[in-house]
Ligand binder design. Structure first.
Ligand code: PA5
Length: 391
């Protein structure tokens, strides 16, 4: 269960009347293949993902997910949110930088383990994952040999186009589909995110259930509030968390909103804070610095049973008190906060929030009169890099 409070620490926002109109635009957009979850991913596919994840995780130690941007952030966000802080990670991510040290040190770390690679790329040709896949593919080929390698490769890519689809077909590798009309940052509830989340042992049925029960009108309301604050001069939205396990959920949100809305000279700059850590760094700026930002606070009521005898309360209560008092102090300086309070961090709530923010990012894009589904700015620097390396 999640409580949304868009009033207590906010100015009064008049909603405009575009809900039905925007819902229709979204439904009919050629890139909103993710909006109808049942159409994006069938029961058969979900069953196949669960079966494959169970089979492979029972005979392997590590799933190496190779992808960047929307092809990794959602899975990493959910797995981090739901996993223990300390312990061996079953799912490790690569292909997110051009760090040679990362690749070499990662191979040294996993080489003696049994490994499955899940390469995830809609286009099949993105530079960083392509390099990482080439690197680890060679390593696994030497480790397992051509025949056995088939049990250690899973490819998630477009149904028909791109190098990876051709590669999967030629070698008869297990593959999943990223459907047409589903762009990277809107793909976490497809096989892109579901397979690595299922491999880590989390319940993807419950994740999807949460997503399917989202109140779309609430996502619209949140999009209106962001749009209003942008209109009165705010430039930055901080996603502020009081549970550090949600750090990567913040990274996912940053990508979702930056790539969906930061274009044509428009958009709020999305950032995130992990409190109470950042109250001892960014907190000063939030309270008294330039009046450019507002916050969307995301917090869980209950995380564990730790009771603080000296304060006569559970530590979670203290965290909640900190969050509300910080918001109150900010409000006094006209730094506004939305509040999103989960009863606990679980699959249902993560699924709910993912879909809630996806709808808000898309509808908010229409409100700004930008296309929420392209990223022309990214292509611009990709092309310049390619000019050099493809000479
Ligand atoms: O949201 C997006 O579309 C992007 O962030 C992509 O996910 C990212 O660029 C990776 O692209 P691809 O999956 O084609 O490798």
């Amino acid at each position: 269960m999640i409580k949304f409070d868009f009033e207590s620490y906010m100015p009064k926002v008049e909603l405009n009347n575009s809900y039905e109109e925007l819902k229709d635009i979204l439904k009919n957009d050629s890139m909103s293949g993710w909006f109808n979850i049942d159409k994006m991913i069938s029961n058969e596919e979900v069953m196949d993902i669960k079966k494959t994840a169970l089979e492979l995780s029972s005979v392997n130690d590590v799933l190496l997910v190779i992808g960047i941007g929307g092809s990794f952030l959602g899975a990493k966000a959910v797995n981090d949110a739901l996993s223990a802080y300390f312990g061996d990670d079953l799912v490790i991510f690569a292909g997110t930088s051009l760090s040679s040290e990362y690749l070499i040190e990662l191979w040294d770390f996993i080489m003696d383990k049994d490994i499955v690679i899940n390469v995830v790329s809609k286009s099949g040709g993105t530079l960083e994952p392509s390099i990482a896949f080439d690197y680890f593919y060679e390593k696994l080929l030497s480790k397992y040999g051509e025949q056995e390698l088939k049990n250690h490769i899973v490819i998630t890519t477009d149904q028909s186009s791109g190098k990876l689809r051709a590669f999967a077909q030629k070698n008869n590798y297990k593959s999943f589909i990223i459907p047409a009309g589903v762009g990277g940052r809107y793909s976490v509830l497809s096989a892109v995110g579901l397979f690595p989340i299922a491999f880590a042992g989390f319940d993807i049925d419950v994740l999807l259930k949460g997503a399917k029960e989202v109140d779309i009108s609430l996502a619209y309301k949140y999009a209106c509030i962001r749009n209003y604050l942008y209109g009165v001069g705010k430039k930055v939205e901080s996603y502020t968390f009081y549970e550090p396990k949600l750090l990567y959920f913040g990274e996912w949100l940053k990508q979702l909103f930056a790539e969906s809305q930061g274009k044509n000279g428009k958009g709020l700059f999305p950032t995130c804070s992990i409190n109470t850590r950042d109250l001892h760094s960014l907190g000063q700026f939030y309270q008294e610095g330039s009046k450019i930002l507002f916050e969307t606070v995301i917090i869980a009521d209950r995380t564990s049973d730790l009771y603080l005898n000296n304060y006569n309360m559970p530590m979670d209560n203290l965290n909640g008190i900190a969050a509300s008092k910080v918001a109150l102090a900010h409000l006094k300086n006209e730094v506004y906060s939305n509040f999103i309070v989960m009863d606990e961090i679980n699959e249902y709530n993560m699924g709910y929030l993912i879909y809630f923010f996806e709808v808000a990012a898309a509808m908010g894009g229409y409100m700004l009169d930008v296309n929420p589904f392209d990223q022309p700015g990214v292509s611009e620097y990709k092309n310049l890099i390619n000019e050099v390396i493809n000479k």
